[in-house]
Write a protein that binds this ligand. Structure first.
Ligand SMILES: C[S@@+](CC[C@H](N)C(=O)[O-])C[C@H]1O[C@@H](n2cnc3c(N)ncnc32)[C@H](O)[C@@H]1O
Length: 422
């Protein structure tokens, strides 16, 4: 394994030092300079307006074969890891996407690449460069939200190990979204060798199905391999590029290789109440955290500071969810159900709905109303049915102040509560 990695290391060190692509000269992914348009892997992967934001030299120092950002859907505050981050173009873009509250880690084994990246990214405080191998990531388990990578995993002598490591460092629910080269059909060893001589990026490419199988073996779900660019090599060009190959072999190469976006997700482990989280009544000290959570979810925090006791909070490394209930007589108005973005899909929304309803029932509530603009289906599953705005007792609407903030077009729903038998 070390021989191969040292070979790749030398090639990339030379390429970045000379600031040239090594396309056609053997050893690393085809850059824009020196490669023909048809075989160029790096050209045209990023929108010109995106590249305008980056230091001018960075696009030419990119050895990627696609654009992982088309699918990565990075949100502010997330931790992003770039495998084989090279001179740092994708780190630069990730730094902007994740913002000052997020964190971006670039992992690469080549000193010269890391040095160039450090210069290119000077002043970006949320980026950390780490020297190491993608087969043995020097990172803690369960700490990364999104893994990106651009034309690197194909270079690894042990791709299965890379994908297992990726799975380990991702937090439950974390996303894997990389750009890489893949073979679309089996090709002969001679053809692979010739392609490798043209560009080291191709040499170790997996077939689409092999990639998906290795991801599955590592534990990923929601796996997708989507072709983004198929490399058609017209015979005249192939004859120039691969003089050793026969016409038959050249035909074999044509259209056998593609760039692809490869995605997967680490499954969520449902947290257990009492062990992983707890639900409790909100206190005055929680008001600002509740307001921030409501704001993140586009909901009003009117009335929270005045009566925090109307709210329940779910604690899971800070406040991960909130729900409130305004009560007048035997009617309740469920409001402010919100779950922190990174804690979605853990069942917290359902758990907070039932907790706030159980509490209302114990306070004598017989019917619960709510207004929603986006979550009708969610509340239908929780047993709510359609109602009319005028059904909600006026004092309840007024006391909650929701009358002022909920648009007339909001959906009104109700749930009749069965009282507990004595
Ligand atoms: C094709 S370049 C891509 C660089 C960058 N992702 C980009 O888009 O420009 C491959 C990069 O991966 C790094 N690399 C290759 N194999 C690696 C490994 N096994 N462990 C860590 N880094 C590796 C190389 O040093 C190089 O910087």
């Amino acid at each position: 394994m070390d021989d191969l990695r040292n070979y790749v290391k030398e090639r990339y060190a030379r390429a970045i030092k000379n600031n040239t692509s090594c396309c056609g000269s053997g050893g690393c992914c085809c850059g824009t300079t020196g490669a023909s348009d048809i075989l160029s892997m790096t050209r045209g992967n990023y929108d010109g307006t995106v590249l305008e934001k980056t230091p001018p030299q960075m696009a030419d120092q990119s050895f990627g074969c696609g654009n992982p950002f088309t699918e990565a859907d990075i949100h502010p505050g997330e931790t992003v890891l770039d495998l084989g981050s090279g001179a740092g173009l994708d780190l630069f873009l990730a730094s902007e996407a994740t913002g000052p509250s997020g964190k971006v880690i670039g992992l690469d084994m080549t000193d010269e690449m890391l040095e160039t990246a450090a210069e290119n990214l000077r002043g970006l405080d949320n980026v950390t460069l780490v020297k190491g191998y993608i087969e043995e990531m020097p990172l803690e388990s369960g700490t990364v939200d999104v893994i990106i990578s651009n034309c690197v995993i194909n270079l690894s002598p042990d791709k299965g190990k890379v994908l297992k490591e990726a799975f380990r460092v991702l937090r439950p629910g974390g996303r894997f979204c990389v750009s890489d080269t893949v073979f679309l059909r089996p090709v002969t060893e001679r053809a692979v060798k010739n392609l490798a001589a043209w560009s080291g990026c191709i040499a170790g490419a997996l077939q689409e199905t092999e990639y998906a199988d290795l991801l599955k073996e590592a534990g990923f779900i929601e796996i997708e391999v989507r072709r983004t660019k198929v490399y058609d090599v017209p015979d005249a060009l192939a004859a120039m590029a691969f003089p050793e190959l026969s016409a038959e072999e050249r035909k074999e190469i044509n259209g056998a290789l593609a760039s692809a976006i490869i995605q997967g997700r680490k499954p969520l482990v449902k947290p257990k109440e009492g062990r992983d989280y707890m639900i409790r009544r909100a206190e005055a000290a929680d008001v600002s955290a509740i307001a921030a959570l409501l704001e993140e979810n586009g909901l009003t925090s009117l009335g929270v500071a005045e009566a925090p006791e109307n709210f329940l909070v779910l604690e899971h490394s800070g406040i991960a969810a909130v729900a409130g209930m305004e009560i007048q007589g035997d009617a309740g108005l469920l409001r402010s159900l919100a779950v922190r973005r990174k804690d979605r899909k853990k069942g917290f929304g359902e758990r907070m709905t039932s907790a706030v309803i159980d509490r209302a029932r114990s306070q004598g509530v017989r019917i619960v109303y709510l207004l929603t603009e986006t979550a009708e289906k969610f509340f239908e599953r929780a047993g709510f049915t359609d109602a009319r705005r005028e059904d909600i007792p006026a004092p309840l609407m007024q006391s909650s102040a929701l009358d002022m903030v909920c648009p007339q077009g909001s959906t009104v729903m109700k749930k009749i509560l069965l009282q507990e038998e004595c």
